[in-house]
Design a protein around this ligand. Structure first.
Ligand SMILES: C[S@@+](CC[C@H](N)C(=O)[O-])C[C@H]1O[C@@H](n2cnc3c(N)ncnc32)[C@H](O)[C@@H]1O
Length: 326
């Protein structure tokens, strides 16, 4: 065997083992089982090692396998991968992980609502743009705070537990302008693209799939503008379009992990040169300002930072928010 294939197989086995233990365990039984299975199956790991390195990640491969019928046990995944490899491979190569989670608006809202209104929202890595619509959803915080759009409760109702150090927002934000940037914006009117977004939601997360469908329905009524391109290239010109009189807010969640260290630094510098505010919701290790948080504090949580200052730990799908140092 070509030694580089052997090295690739070992790396795949290790990456899937780590994904199963660190990310899928306790979150998705199916993905935890599948990841453990791949990590111990040299035939399947060999096959996955033939993918380009950036296309081997479990999230993407498992979603592609489900797109082609895999469901349930590890044996089912294995037979789909081995039996329908040309189809699975072409789906992996053609598509990307673009999970768009409207629920994240619940952990952004306390910080958005605290800024001078109205807002000009600019989301980088927006996917479909569902996080650009925080004013169109309903919120139920567990301190009893209920927030609804002016025309009544929305089809998307976001529950969120508030732990010490954070307070519920007093209002929905007043959004005067909104726009996003994405390498490959997902067209909300494209049924195939939306079906892929649903497939990216992990198998047991039926509630999230229902929420995604409802959020896509809301977005379809008045789709947010998402400009195609790299966030570093597009950000300055798009920010310049924000209307005067509105507070510019550059925001993002689950995006900067896709950038290498140099691009992340360039992004931080680009945001710092803009007027307004910057709200990030990313894994703790992604930004230098949050990397110092202990793994126990970060855990599987995202860190919400405002203008680079860590303010809260957030459930990655927006279900809970805990203040940092509050
Ligand atoms: C995991 S999705 C998160 C979507 C959304 N922010 C959310 O939280 O629901 C990451 C998105 O970032 C986009 N992305 C990654 N790198 C990018 C870049 N350099 N420029 C623009 N978009 C990028 C991807 O295309 C993808 O749609």
């Amino acid at each position: 065997m070509d030694p580089s294939i052997h090295r690739g197989t070992a790396a795949v086995s290790e990456a899937y083992r780590a994904f199963g233990e660190r990310e899928a365990r306790g979150v998705s039984r199916t993905y935890a089982t599948w990841a453990a299975g791949v990590s111990e199956d040299a035939v399947v790991a060999d096959l996955l090692a033939t993918l380009p390195p950036g296309k081997r990640q479990p999230n993407l491969v498992f979603a592609a396998a489900r797109w082609h019928g895999a469901d349930g046990s590890y044996d089912e995944l294995r037979s789909t991968l081995l039996g329908r490899w040309p189809q699975v491979r072409s789906t992996v190569l053609a598509r990307a992980t673009q999970t768009n989670e409207a629920g994240r608006c619940a952990v952004l809202l306390p910080f958005l609502a605290a800024l001078p209104q109205p807002l000009a929202l600019l989301e980088v890595g927006a996917s479909t743009g569902l996080c650009l619509l925080p004013d169109r959803y309903s919120y139920r915080y567990d301190d009893g705070t209920r927030l609804d759009p002016a025309d009544g409760p929305a089809d998307v109702v976001l529950p969120c537990s508030l732990r010490p150090g954070v307070r519920a927002p007093g209002r929905l934000p007043d959004v005067a302008w909104r726009a996003g940037i994405d390498l490959a914006p997902v067209d909300v009117s494209d049924d195939d693209a939306c079906a892929w977004l649903e497939t990216l939601v992990w198998p047991e997360h039926a509630e999230r799939r229902t929420r995604l469908r409802a959020a896509l329905g809301i977005a379809r009524r008045d789709p947010p503008r998402v400009v195609p391109g790299d966030l570093l290239d597009v950000l300055p010109a798009l920010a310049a379009e924000a209307p005067g009189g509105a507070t510019l807010v550059v925001l993002h969640s689950a995006v900067l992990a896709y950038l290498d260290a140099a691009a992340r630094s360039a992004f931080v510098a680009a945001v710092a040169s803009l007027p307004g505010h910057w709200i990030s919701n990313e894994g703790a290790q992604v930004l230098p300002a949050t990397a110092g948080l202990s793994p126990a504090a970060g855990g599987r949580h995202f860190v919400v930072a405002v203008d680079g200052e860590p303010r809260a730990l957030a459930d990655p799908h927006g279900g809970a928010l805990t203040g940092i140092g509050g």
